[in-house]
Design a protein around this ligand. Structure first.
Ligand SMILES: *Cc1c(COP(=O)(O)O)cnc(C)c1O
Length: 385
């Protein structure tokens, strides 16, 4: 990595992404499809992820908003782009124009789609969302007006293409998830939708990996495609053979020796207890490293673990490298990823920061540079972006 000209960068391993897609497609039940959920700047990894997935042949993509859908199209991603987070009435025209597939949660959604479709004389497909226990978007099954089906199943302008629900606790509560799944099946049966050639989907990563019987026609997979677990334990993804796609690297900018009883960082939350070799790197909370990981997280230097000491600053942090005598200015420091036999996972940082891996990944959006690494015919190439 000597030839990467940056202080700090996110490495995107394209071969791991392709591998993960293959693994998930193999795990998918029968003909079930994978929708890549690429919201929030592809979970902080960058739109390169969506572009790569598109180049691997994937054609179903989920984003949060109409804006995110437009960003995907701008970078050349085509296919089915699902707007998972809903839309506002004045966005309906863009939805129709761009041929997005909106997730519909109300009559108002349908009415704005209809007027946009009429105005543009253009057909739009939507997926109907049912709230089986998330308490967020979607019709409650008990309040769903069946007249919607009469109006929209046979409509040529605003057509229903699928039905979905979303699990709230697939990673932590199997019984609740089974209950949500049962409610979803009940809804489909009650309204006799099973024979209607619609696409049904309910799984996120956690459900996809644990409950194959819930795969239905499609699964909405986000974090697992990136090789990271939906929980703070990486067991689920490691056992499935998924590989982390991103590695966060930085460099030692400066090394110095501090005497014993010397305070490090803002607030003086760390005091050296011996003569200490300190390495400073140009990465802090402005670049996505959570400040509450101060005095807790470890990084890798020359294949060894080293502690972050003192409070993490806006764009610097300090590492105790006393035990790593060979450390030098310019050395690569791994914040997330592998160095030799050692590995630091996003799951570990999530555990220490008392959050979930999703939030750790989203913070990677703040890393200033990205490098995509390709491993083709055993020759590594790279693309700076
Ligand atoms: C974010 C999201 C997903 C993907 O969740 P992961 O845990 O990353 O797999 C699936 N469905 C919906 C509706 C989402 O908002």
């Amino acid at each position: 990595m000597e030839n990467i000209p940056y202080h700090s960068w996110l490495e995107i391993h394209a071969d791991h992404l392709q591998h993960n897609l293959r693994v998930l497609q193999t795990l998918a039940h029968k003909e079930a499809r994978i929708m890549a959920v690429v919201k929030a700047f592809c979970y902080g990894h960058g739109l390169e992820i969506a572009k790569l997935l598109y180049s691997f042949g994937l054609r179903d993509f989920g984003v949060s908003s109409v804006e995110e859908g437009c960003e995907l199209k701008k970078v050349g991603v085509r296919g089915n782009i699902y707007i998972l987070g809903g839309f506002l009435p004045w966005e309906a025209e863009v939805v129709v124009q761009e041929e997005f597939i909106p997730i519909v949660s109300s009559r108002r959604d349908l009415e704005s789609l209809r007027s946009a479709a009429k105005k543009l004389a253009k057909r739009v497909f939507f997926h109907l969302k049912i709230d089986t226990g998330m308490g967020r978007l979607g019709f409650l099954p008990s309040e769903f007006p069946p007249s919607i089906l009469e109006e929209y199943l046979g409509d040529s302008l605003v057509q229903m293409g699928g039905v979905l629900t979303h699990f709230s606790s697939a990673e932590s509560d199997a019984e609740y998830t089974r209950g949500q799944f049962a409610l979803f099946r009940e809804f489909l049966e009650r309204h006799r939708l099973s024979s209607k050639n619609l696409v049904y989907h309910c799984c996120n990563s956690a459900a996809f990996l644990q409950f194959p019987e819930m795969h239905l026609h499609m699964s909405r997979v986000g974090i697992a495609l990136l090789g990271v677990s939906p929980t703070i334990h990486s067991k689920l993804t490691r056992e499935s053979g998924l590989e982390p796609v991103a590695q966060l690297k930085t460099r030692i900018k400066y090394i110095k020796c501090l005497p014993s009883a010397f305070r490090v960082g803002y607030g003086g939350t760390f005091t050296t207890s011996r003569e200490t070799q300190v390495a400073i790197v140009a990465l802090g909370y402005a670049q996505g490293v959570f400040r509450n990981l101060s005095n807790k997280m470890e990084v890798l230097v020359r294949g060894k673990r080293a502690r972050v000491i003192g409070n993490i600053s806006m764009d610097q942090l300090a590492i105790d490298v006393t035990e790593i005598q060979e450390a030098q200015e310019g050395d690569v420091v791994t914040i997330i990823g592998e160095d030799g036999a050692e590995r630091i996972e996003a799951e570990e940082l999530a555990r220490l920061a008392n959050t979930i891996p999703h939030e750790i990944l989203c913070s990677l959006k703040k890393v200033p540079h990205r490098v995509v690494l390709y491993e083709r015919d055993r020759v590594a190439t790279r693309e700076l972006c």
